[in-house]
Write a protein that binds this ligand. Structure first.
Ligand code: HEC
Length: 123
């Protein structure tokens, strides 16, 4: 009997953790946040990526399409890149992105990959 509250507490924490893991909201972008994302990409990503072709890293359009169904996994990758094609590429090395930067990048990249006419799409 005594440990019941603890059990409920644990159950509650477990359920909230599950939801936190599942519900990843791709943020809505404004012209200002799009600009921030483009600047961040310019500084941290453009050195190695081109949109439609392989460069130091694989082409960005395809990179992003792989994550359409699971934006949270893209967020996780950007926070902590794990080797994906060790036979072809070196593991990606980037500066540590904050949660805010990574989530901004996810939203912007996905919006660009879904809109081939986007004005702010990098080369
Ligand atoms: C120093 C070069 C370099 C920089 C800078 C860089 N990348 Fe990469 N990126 C790579 C390489 C190399 C790979 C392939 C890694 C692999 O296969 O393990 C890659 C792969 C990726 C992928 C594909 C992951 C997958 O699942 O296939 C994404 C998405 C990505 N980069 C996004 C970014 C973003 C966003 C930035 C900027 C914040 C960035 N990269 C900066 C080199 C770079």
């Amino acid at each position: 009997m005594l440990c019941r509250p603890a059990l409920w507490g644990a159950l509650f924490l477990g359920i909230t953790a599950l939801f936190a893991a599942d519900i990843f909201q791709v943020q809505t972008l404004t012209p200002e946040t799009r600009k921030q994302a483009a600047e961040l990409y310019d500084q941290e990503c453009y050195a190695c990526h081109r949109w439609n072709r392989k460069f130091a890293g694989p082409a960005m359009q395809g990179n992003v399409e792989r994550y359409f169904d699971n934006p949270k996994a893209l967020f996780d990758y950007l926070k902590d890149p794990k080797p994906i094609h060790p036979d072809v590429y070196r593991p990606m090395e980037i500066k540590k992105l904050s949660d805010q930067e990574a989530s901004l990048m996810v939203a912007w990249l996905i919006s660009l990959a879904k809109d081939s006419l986007a004005q702010d799409r990098p080369r």
